[in-house]
Design a protein around this ligand. Structure first.
Ligand code: C6P
Length: 403
């Protein structure tokens, strides 16, 4: 049974005040809040078994190694990867994208084509531009429509035998659009192209099945799904992870080292040079368990209710425009006519409401709408209708003060 009071009690931060007002945290797209069970895991790690992993025979090192590898298995099961070693623990989505982009630098040739969507976060644009500079590959873009959906008709026209890679987010961070990634992957595979899906904004709302999707790569960050910052995952099909060269050289990613030659470790260690974020990895596994204990059908139901209620109430405000109206997660990006989004955000903060303002690291989307940015309210399953009311009243107040 989903009880919002019980859920909220799991998050100590939700009790705090900001500028003397009860905090209304609606910046979940930037980072989600952390349940007590994840906080306890972090405290337990540093209090009881902090040690380096895969290295020591001593008890603490073995305990930490076991917990870290248990976390990898939890993440593997959550995303339904075939093998635990297809899950590379990274520092986050950005790191995962860069591992793949730098790996393809030695594989792509001049004239090869790469397709990205117009809805990407900068972290799924810039690494591919850098790859194109290195290899002479050409970047093509799937354009977007006014309602925030992708022009799939044009995507199908862009695909051709020269297409080698396709990159798309599962969910847009700026608008919340849920992209038709199954269709994108299936169509790319017909031309022999590989597909990387950026799941950063999908994982708080959706439980992705990488095998059912037939994704070649899938990346995400723990901090968007109730885990800590500085840790994330890269899923890759075994044969593709074997094909790519290592991203960084260092300890842990080798089999043997001599001054003449180094041989690399197998998966997943080939991509995990140096001491990882051990505590973060373990806490990521606990966050995955927590999300599953809440249940993704409950999450979807609660967030959809908040999305429809907030949309209905915000639309009543004259001069308020919402960007992105196609099939989406619980994100509302909006502007008040004649008022800069930053000013709205600053007043909302004074009223205790945390939202993100600006271009959301997705400048091409802002350019499409010819705006400098938006105010983005992003809801989580621990938000309430009462908090939506606080948001709506705060927006009205901001409009009054700034007009
Ligand atoms: N978006 C937002 O407020 P990192 O920073 O590596 O954990 O995630 C980067 C990233 C990649 N792709 C998408 C779709 C994202 O939304 C993000 C992070 C945050 O929208 C912070 S910019």
């Amino acid at each position: 049974m989903f009880s919002i009071d019980k859920i909220r009690a799991d998050f100590p931060i939700l009790k705090r005040e900001v500028h003397g007002k009860k905090l209304v945290y609606l910046d979940n797209g930037a980072t989600s809040q952390t349940p007590q069970v994840v906080i306890d895991t972090i405290v337990d790690y540093y209090s009881n078994y902090n040690a380096n992993i895969h290295r020591g025979v001593h008890t603490l090192s073995q305990e930490a190694t076991d917990k870290y590898e248990e976390a990898r298995i939890k993440i593997q099961k959550h995303f339904n990867a075939k093998h635990p070693y297809e899950i590379i623990l990274t520092s986050g989505t950005t790191h995962g994208v860069n591992i793949v982009a730098s790996g393809f630098a030695s594989i792509l040739k001049e004239g090869d084509e790469i397709i990205v969507s117009a809805l990407e976060h900068h972290s799924n644009i810039v690494p591919w531009q850098m790859l194109c500079e290195k290899t002479g590959a050409i970047l093509k873009v799937i354009p977007m429509d006014e309602d925030g959906s992708l022009r799939m008709d044009i995507y199908h026209e862009l695909l051709n035998p020269k297409t080698k890679l396709v990159f798309c987010n599962h969910v847009s961070n700026a608008l919340g659009t849920i992209n038709p990634i199954k269709e994108i992957i299936h169509a790319a595979h017909k031309f022999g192209a590989y597909v990387l899906i950026d799941g950063a904004q999908a994982v708080p709302h959706i439980k992705p099945d990488v095998q059912a999707l037939d994704a070649d790569f899938y990346v995400a960050s723990a901090h968007k799904m109730c885990g800590p910052t500085g840790v994330g995952m890269l899923y890759g099909k075994e044969e593709l992870l074997k094909l790519l060269p290592p991203y960084q050289g260092g300890g842990e990613m080798i089999e043997t080292v001599t001054f003449e030659k180094t041989t690399y470790a197998g998966l997943p260690h080939k991509f995990e040079a140096g001491t990882p974020n051990i505590c973060g990895g373990i806490a990521f596994g606990v966050a995955v368990d927590y999300m599953n204990s809440v249940g993704f059908s409950n999450i979807e139901k609660q967030e959809n209710e908040l999305l429809s209620y907030a949309t209905q109430e915000l639309e009543k405000i004259e001069g308020l425009k919402i960007y992105g109206t196609s099939n989406k997660t619980s994100v509302i990006s909006f502007n008040l006519e004649g008022i800069h989004p930053y000013d709205v955000g600053a007043i909302l903060d004074k009223l205790g409401v945390a939202v993100r303002t600006g271009h959301h690291c997705a400048q091409p989307i802002m350019d499409f709408y010819c705006i400098p940015g938006t105010v983005r309210a992003s809801f989580s399953f621990y938000n309430t209708k009462e908090e939506v009311d606080v948001l709506v009243n705060a927006v009205k107040k901001a409009q009054m003060m700034l007009s």
